[in-house]
Design a protein around this ligand. Structure first.
Ligand code: ATR
Length: 271
């Protein structure tokens, strides 16, 4: 039977095994999906061994998403652009294909959660400039947002994104992050602030425009303070759990041959 898994370190908290096993059951497909706890020094050995052990592919998560590119024989354009991979496909001839479906998952989740969302309606504001922000920036540019305002505690990381992704990005100082919300039709938190066990996001949110579409990549808790406040201000909110589910769709389809649907039942399966 075709096998897939998720490679990370640590890996115990990954929701991917439950998600893929749920779809395998739902569609009555043969296959299995396992968590693979792999230390940095063993990454190459493990990845090269997996196809020989019956694996058709693997997801890749922290801390391996950037390093794994060095092991790939083929890299998709979007993985090159983002500079990281979250999905490996082991080709029948033994070559390793690396892809990144995070940006796809981000947009698919936004479109499903806010069907009236119009990326062209106005600038997008992004909080954070880490690994997750790269996928968000590239997918929002793809979706034709007119401008991206980006603010990060460590400003040079936001400036690095600007020099890489170009003039449609405008860097805003972290102390003024609240101001950029006044212009924004789309607002995204890509920082880890608001996550269980982390500090809360302290950016003042009173500039949020009612009608703006607001999403948070944090999904533990699913309903973050940031989303709660945005809802109170009349914004349309989309939680981050859906991004995790949607990023898995193209991978599952490639590995197991059926394109799965993301529904309320899918959400319940991983909660
Ligand atoms: P990910 O892959 O999830 O984006 P990351 O690359 O470690 O993870 O990025 C974490 C993001 O959360 C960064 O934007 C980080 O800001 P810095 O670049 O300044 O580190 C942001 N972040 C984490 N803790 C923060 C805090 N206490 N205050 C402000 N921003 C924070």
């Amino acid at each position: 039977i075709p096998l897939a898994g998720v490679i990370g370190h640590p890996i115990a908290h990954s929701k991917s095994p439950r998600l893929h096993k749920h779809w395998l059951r739902q569609y009555g497909l043969p296959g299995d999906y396992v968590p693979l706890d792999v230390a940095e020094k063993n990454l190459a050995t493990v990845v090269r061994a997996l196809p020989k052990a019956g694996f058709v592919g693997a997801n890749v998560t922290i801390p391996h998403k950037v390093n794994v590119l060095q092991l790939a024989d083929q890299i998709s354009d979007r993985a090159i652009l983002i500079g990281a991979a979250n999905t490996l496909i082991f080709l029948p001839d033994g070559r390793i294909h690396a892809d990144n479906t995070d940006g796809y998952g981000f947009l698919a989740n936004l479109r499903q959660g806010a069907p009236d969302w119009q990326p062209q309606a106005g600038p997008a504001a992004i909080l954070g400039a880490g690994g997750a922000a790269r996928a968000v920036v590239s997918s929002l540019l793809d979706a034709q947002v007119p401008e991206i305002l980006i603010s990060n505690r460590t400003r040079p990381k936001a400036e690095a994104l600007r020099s890489e992704f170009g003039a449609r990005l405008r860097v805003v100082d972290w102390v003024h992050a609240g101001n950029m919300l006044e212009e924004a039709a789309t607002v995204v938190n890509t920082t880890s602030l608001g996550m269980q066990g982390a500090a809360e996001l302290r950016v003042p949110l009173d500039g949020l425009q009612s009608g703006a579409v607001v999403t948070d990549l944090v999904y533990a808790p699913v309903d973050t303070r940031f989303l709660q406040v945005a809802r109170q201000m009349g914004c349309v909110t989309v939680d981050g759990l859906g991004m995790l589910l949607h990023q898995a769709v193209p991978a599952f389809e490639r590995w197991f041959g059926t394109r799965p649907e993301v529904t309320e039942a899918t959400r319940q399966a991983v909660l």
